[in-house]
Design a binder for this molecule. Structure first.
Ligand code: PMP
Length: 372
């Protein structure tokens, strides 16, 4: 990954000197299971309705800044008022706006790594101190008491449920304890919430805790990663503060139109989500049977595995099988780990077979080396 040039390091704000431009490491492959997208795509009937809505959308006028039609549809779906909802250019924009509004010098964001790296990245951009409450190195589950203790000193706490990349959901009781302890705001990132067991969302707690925010995205279950649309549900004054810092036209007219159709047709996505959940079980069980592989249970549309020689296995998957998965083996707490998105039955079959062959190969190479 490229670093900033010496000239740029002189010119950028001092706290940004060590920044490296983001490289998602995308290589065109036959099977891409690297970014937790919905690899089934939008169903043809829904896509046709979207195309019709897009065709009827003029692009010469600026968008409605607050996406009010979409906001109303989201509010009706979640049983809240328009004032409780804000829409963003992907969940990412809302996470950035969160630290812009509520972080900054002298403020602290608590997160629970290994987790989505953008929280710490955005916090750094906004000069917010990050406090890490590390997960158990074996189970990869949070330390509830340490988290509650850290929350007492935090301006912001970010919990992820299901967590990317470990796959676990945060129990409602822990969210409640964190909301009670934290003098600031608590965001529960439910980007993968639709794939989790019903009844695990933190949303029912919104009624009791006005410092709770719940983040959702249309990028995953609703197959709109390319359109960039996420939303937050929270108390009206929290939404107003997020609205105050946002770029006014960040959600373009085409995205608003496509997202509205997705929300109106949300029931159509249920069979696909159900299939991804059952494929997740199949993938988990097949990977768990491969000697030398550890796999963690997941409530998201991905599974985390630990394999021998992970970086080489990931490269060989790409170069010999044209299958792309995400390498986390360099990340603290995730030595030897790869994250595999749950895809279609064919895609999952391909990655299971390829991994079984590569891991067996690595293990026998290891044994050979031991005998040398
Ligand atoms: N939260 C988590 C945990 C994620 O993994 C992602 C995307 N990978 C996002 C939020 C942001 O998604 P988007 O910007 O596509 O809405």
């Amino acid at each position: 990954m490229a670093q900033l040039s010496d000239r740029m390091r002189e010119l950028v704000q001092p706290h940004l000197r060590s920044l490296e431009p983001y490289d998602p490491n995308f290589t065109p492959t036959r099977v891409n299971l690297s970014a937790n997208e919905n690899t089934y795509g939008v169903l043809p009937a829904v896509r046709a309705a979207m195309d019709e809505a897009l065709a009827a959308t003029p692009t010469n006028r600026y968008p409605d800044p607050m996406s009010n039609d979409l906001r109303d549809a989201l509010a009706a779906w979640h049983g809240v008022a328009r004032e409780n909802v804000i829409v963003g250019n992907g969940g990412d924009e809302l996470l950035y706006n969160l630290v812009l509004a509520f972080g900054g010098p002298g403020r602290t964001l608590v997160n629970v790594p290994p987790c989505f790296s953008e929280y710490a990245f955005f916090a750094g951009l906004a000069q917010t101190r990050v406090v890490d409450v590390w997960r158990d190195p074996g189970t990869l589950l949070p330390d509830a008491d340490a988290l509650v203790a850290a929350a007492r000193e935090a301006s912001l706490v970010v919990l992820t449920s299901p967590n990317n990349p470990t796959g676990d959901v945060v129990p409602a009781e822990l969210v409640r304890r964190v909301c009670e302890a934290c003098p600031g705001l608590v965001l529960v990132d439910e980007a993968y919430g639709e794939f989790a067991e019903a009844g695990t969302s933190a949303e029912p707690l919104l009624a009791e805790h006005d410092n709770l925010l719940v983040l959702h995205t249309l990028s995953k279950a609703f197959a709109l990663a390319g359109a960039r649309c996420g939303y937050v549900i929270a108390a009206p004054d929290v939404i107003d503060a997020l609205a105050a810092v946002r770029q006014i036209y960040s959600v373009n007219v085409l995205t608003q139109a496509a997202a509205l159709v997705a929300v109106e047709c949300r029931g159509e996505f249920s069979p696909v989500v159900d299939q991804i959940r059952s494929e997740r079980t199949r993938l988990f069980e097949a990977l768990a049977r491969i000697e030398g592989v550890r796999v963690w249970p997941s409530e998201g549309n991905f599974v985390l595995v630990r394999v021998p020689a992970a970086s080489r296995v990931r490269e060989r998957l790409r170069d010999e099988y044209s299958i792309l998965v995400r390498d986390f083996s360099y990340a603290p707490g995730l030595a030897g780990c790869l994250r595999i998105t749950v895809g279609t039955p064919e895609e999952n079959g391909a990655v299971i077979d390829a991994l079984a062959a590569l891991v067996a190969d690595e293990l026998s190479a290891d044994e050979g080396a031991a005998h040398d």
